[in-house]
Design a protein around this ligand. Structure first.
Ligand code: RFL
Ligand code: PHB
Length: 393
């Protein structure tokens, strides 16, 4: 079967869904192709921290109703080391910016509901998506859905298919530069059916390694504990996870971490990658398909949303005025923010984690840096600006 659309979008994660939503608001037609089932993408537990700009975009474009009701607005975070907690007050340090804790799968659910209600062509369980003719003015996507082979002719293709997607591979290797760094650790993450043990996020740097206390709702706690690169989830039975969390989050004044039934468990590896440029011909990469950051800065989903906001604006300009100028600067515009987020995520990661090669001096340096961050107003403000996403670069 042959079909046609203006923008063919691969991937129904936050990037692909938000792009389709923004394009529809500008009167631009798109088709979204997702390899997984709707149920799978709506249940995939990942990010939790939304920057102010992401929250604002959801409100401005009519998908913020549940976010307004259920999102937890946080005005600060805690950094914990040497048995003491230190609060960084985002709103005071940035002139009012906050972050909102709202699960990525909730964002995805809200966007899917909005797209389907608007009659969008959003296909799940699509197999064998392949990308063709991106150097021409009629790029195509081929795929199979419900046993039928489809060729979709597009004006543009958006590769929003995440880190393991196919779109990046459609660009000749010699046209790209790929910057990549792997960290020698990951995070064992759990979702526990229990009220959070603190009102705000806690980033803990301990001699045993990093730990993070986060949440999803008043009855769901999200916790992470640093693990070795060679670990598997079998190395982390529930008892070991709780034991490490208790040790790493402990304070001298007796912080009590409440345990609860673990309803989800997995390992996420920490790495950075950037593909430059984020465009080739009529193919545009957005979100994790183009770049990933270690999760310590809570930036991945926010970068994905920032990319597609730029892309939707540039496509709108192209359709309105036939001017290619905005599309031509898509990659450069996005990469400025991407590299700022890369640096911030790297900075947070190195400040808070234990590296295998660290010696006693390194630990002293980390503690000195942490003390500075929580005691100097300038340093704390710099962290707050980056974390809430208000810095313009
Ligand atoms: P996604 O969400 O990976 O979506 C890509 C979609 O494409 C589909 N796909 C394909 N579809 C069709 N054909 C193919 N060949 C396909 N290949 C792939 C996939 O099934 C999927 O549905 O990418 P997107 O949209 O760019 O969104 C990026 C975010 O998901 C990611 O950056 C964040 O989750 C990162 N992240 C965090 N980001 C934040 O901003 N704040 C956080 O607090 C935060 N915490 C995290 C995180 C990521 C984590 N993990 C698991 C890596 C915490 C963790 C633990
Ligand atoms: C989360 O709640 O999943 C979360 C919070 C902060 C991060 C990463 C993940 O830096």
């Amino acid at each position: 079967m042959k079909s046609r659309t203006q923008v063919g979008i691969i991937g129904a994660g936050p990037a692909g869904l938000m792009l389709s939503h923004l394009l529809a608001r500008a009167g631009i037609d798109s088709v979204v192709l997702e390899r997984r089932s709707r149920d799978y993408v709506e249940k995939r537990v990942r990010a939790g921290v939304l920057e102010q700009g992401t929250v604002n975009l959801m409100h401005e474009t009519g998908v913020g109703e549940r976010l307004a009701r259920e999102g937890l607005v946080h005005r600060g975070v805690e950094f914990r080391f040497e048995g003491m907690g230190h609060r960084i007050a985002f709103d005071e340090l940035t002139g009012g910016s906050t972050i909102t804790v709202y699960g990525q799968q909730e964002v995805v659910k809200d966007l899917i509901a909005a797209r389907l209600a608007a009659g969008a062509r959003l296909h799940f369980e699509v197999e064998d998506v392949s990308v063709h003719d991106v150097g021409s003015s009629t790029p195509r996507l081929r795929y199979t859905v419900n046993g039928e082979s489809v060729e979709l002719e597009c004006d543009f293709i958006a590769g929003c298919d995440g880190f393991h997607g196919v779109s990046r591979e459609a660009i000749p290797a010699e046209q790209l530069v790929r910057y990549e760094r792997e960290y020698p650790f990951g995070w064992v993450g759990i979702l526990a059916s229990v009220a959070p043990s603190a009102e705000e996020l806690i980033y803990a740097s301990h001699d045993r390694g990093f730990a993070l206390h986060s949440m999803r709702s008043p009855t769901l706690t999200r916790l992470y504990v640093q693990c070795d690169r060679s670990d598997t989830i079998e190395d982390w039975p529930d008892d070991r996870i709780w034991e490490e969390l208790h040790l790493r989050l402990a304070t001298d004044d007796g912080f009590a971490l409440t345990e609860g039934p673990i309803v989800e468990k997995g390992i996420a590896w920490m790495h950075s990658a950037v593909t430059e440029p984020m465009q080739y011909g009529r193919l545009f990469l957005a979100g994790d398909a183009a770049h990933i950051v270690p999760a310590t800065g809570a930036k991945g989903l926010n970068l994905a949303v920032a990319d597609v906001r730029v892309l939707a604006g540039a496509l709108d300009t192209w359709y309105r005025s036939a001017s290619p100028v905005a599309l031509a600067s898509y990659s450069d515009t996005c990469l400025r923010r991407v590299w700022r987020a890369q640096h911030f995520s790297y900075w947070m990661t190195t400040m808070l984690h234990k590296f295998p090669a660290d010696d006693a001096v390194q630990r002293k340096l980390q503690i000195a840096q942490l003390r500075w961050v929580v005691s100097s107003r300038a340093a704390a403000a710099s962290l707050a600006e980056n974390y809430t996403g208000v810095v313009e670069v």
